[in-house]
Design a protein around this ligand. Structure first.
Ligand code: BG6
Ligand code: MG
Length: 216
């Protein structure tokens, strides 16, 4: 008998692909400051908080800004980003994601969202998945970013399960590390080269099944 009682899902890159919107919004900001921002750099911001992302981008551009200016820039970027995600529709859910979360629930497992994004709720509303999670822990509820396990530990606590009874689904190495630090099992979504520390690496939730979950 499996000891797994709950599945905890990252949002960006696992349930939806919002990286393209983050990229467009950050690129606009970087271009406005007089330097470029590449897709390769955007890759490095997966799972990274808004504030830390801005610090990294300013560093890449060789630009120094005061704390106050940084706050204004982060707000500008978020305004752009929110405008883009406000048009999101359920057809932007990644293949198999909704079906697998539903299958977990049908099997009696608890489900939670564990995301760094402060816009999680808005995205879940736009794609019609709010009701598929027993708990939603987002960037507004945590003080320590992944790889700190806070977001997932809070998720387990909200679900009333132990960390060792949880499986985390993550596309970012920082997220896989957060799961490991929290004493949870993990499934990486993406490349084994990057996510090799996860217990299992798949290309997307369309490849996931309850059988694979049991076997972890
Ligand atoms: C993570 C994304 O899920 O959320 C990061 O992978 C993003 O790219 C972070 O920076 C914070 O998101 P938001 O919506 O609060 O700016
Ligand atoms: Mg992610």
């Amino acid at each position: 008998m499996s000891t797994i009682k709950a599945c905890l899902f990252d949002l960006d890159g696992v349930i939806v692909d919002t990286a393209v919107y983050h990229y467009k919004a950050w690129k606009q900001l970087a271009n406005g400051l007089g330097f470029d921002f590449t897709e390769h750099q955007n890759e490095q911001l997966k799972g990274v908080s808004r504030v830390r992302s801005l610090e990294l981008i300013l560093g890449w551009g060789g630009v120094t800004k005061t704390a106050e200016e940084q706050e204004i820039l982060a707000t500008q970027k978020n305004t752009q980003y929110v405008e883009m995600i406000s048009h999101m529709k359920p057809d932007e859910i990644l293949p198999g994601a909704k079906q697998f979360v539903q299958a977990c629930r049908d099997a009696g497992l608890k489900t939670a969202l564990g995301s760094a994004s402060k816009n999680s709720m808005m995205i879940l509303e736009k794609i019609g998945m709010v009701d598929l999670f027993d708990a939603i822990i987002d960037g507004n509820k945590v003080s320590k970013a992944k790889p700190d396990p806070e977001v997932f530990l809070k998720g387990a606590e909200a679900l009333g399960v132990l960390p060792e009874e949880c499986v985390v689904f993550e596309d970012a190495i920082a997220g896989v590390e957060a799961a490991i630090a929290g004493g949870m099992k993990s499934v990486g979504i993406g490349s084994p080269d990057v996510l090799g520390r996860a217990d299992l690496v798949i290309n997307g939730l369309s490849e996931m099944s309850l059988e694979k979950l049991e076997a972890l």
